[in-house]
Design a protein around this ligand. Structure first.
Ligand SMILES: CC(C)(COP(=O)(O)OP(=O)(O)OC[C@H]1O[C@@H](n2cnc3c(N)ncnc32)[C@H](O)[C@@H]1OP(=O)(O)O)[C@@H](O)C(=O)NCCC(=O)NCCS
Length: 224
């Protein structure tokens, strides 16, 4: 499964790609609230390695129960002159490909449970800060199958060339194939691109959230 646009190629991230992918994540989300705890500190080789391990563990946990799509997705740029390839974008698509019980959908993936954070007070503060977004997602999607986009980020040097668009479309295509909606919690920077791709901001009780929910309904899925 891959999709190509200009000199960008989107495909599943392999284990050996993860430290570079985590470098992109640590730099893009470093300034976000609570990311010092979520990402475990600034970008460094050690921190890339630790985050890669955590995210891979999260993928394994997800794939054991929902095997359709491996969550980590990389965007590779090929230099048209030299042919050199570089990972310049990353995203995670958690696709729940079947109905889930309440017991199942009330538990976030390992990556969002922050179990590795030793400081329990800090961990609780961050989980409490994220809870309104989680609660809205659970309320809206409940146990229905859907795809969740997280950690969408692009190397600043390669932004505004369609790399994020390609990563988002990759998951939208998977959702369309499965006949399920797609969901994300939008940063201010990302929202316009998602709107351009046909995503709608949820106008219910999500307005007060730091990262407003957005939903995309594939043409073959009835909007609810
Ligand atoms: C948000 C983010 C992922 C966008 O990445 P990106 O690769 O620049 O996104 P795209 O290039 O696909 O789209 C960005 C804009 O460039 C435009 N664009 C795409 N290709 C273009 C091209 N070849 N030339 C000019 N503009 C182009 C798009 O139309 C879009 O415009 P819009 O915002 O007015 O709709 C990136 O800014 C980022 O990593 N931000 C920090 C982390 C973050 O906020 N992530 C989102 C979490 S929800």
């Amino acid at each position: 499964m891959s999709s190509t646009q200009k000199n960008f190629r989107v495909e599943p991230a392999r284990e050996e790609d993860m430290p570079r992918c985590m470098q992109l994540v640590l730099n893009a989300f470093g300034p976000f609230p609570n990311f010092d705890v979520i990402g475990g500190g600034p970008d460094s080789e050690e921190n890339r390695r630790l985050n890669a391990e955590r995210h891979l563990r999260g993928y394994k946990e997800h794939l054991e129960k929902y095997p359709s799509v491996s969550p980590g997705v990389k965007c590779v740029f090929t230099d048209p002159e030299t042919g050199e390839e570089k990972i310049i974008g990353f995203a995670e698509w958690f696709i729940w490909d079947r109905e889930r019980t309440e017991e199942e959908y009330m538990v976030e993936n390992y990556i969002l449970r922050l179990e590795w954070v030793d400081d329990l007070v800090k961990r609780k503060v961050v989980l409490d800060a994220m809870e309104p977004e989680f609660a809205t997602r659970r309320k809206l999607m409940k146990g229905r199958p859907f795809g969740l986009l997280c950690f969408m980020c692009v190397d600043p040097e390669y932004r505004r060339r369609g790399a994020a668009t390609a990563c988002v479309k990759y998951g939208m295509d998977r959702c369309e194939e499965l006949g399920i909606p797609a969901y994300l919690e939008a940063s201010e920077e990302g929202m316009k691109t998602y709107k351009t791709l046909g995503w709608e901001v949820y106008e219910g009780h999500g307005e007060e959230l730091t990262f407003p929910p957005m939903i995309w309904w594939p043409p073959n899925v009835t909007k609810e």
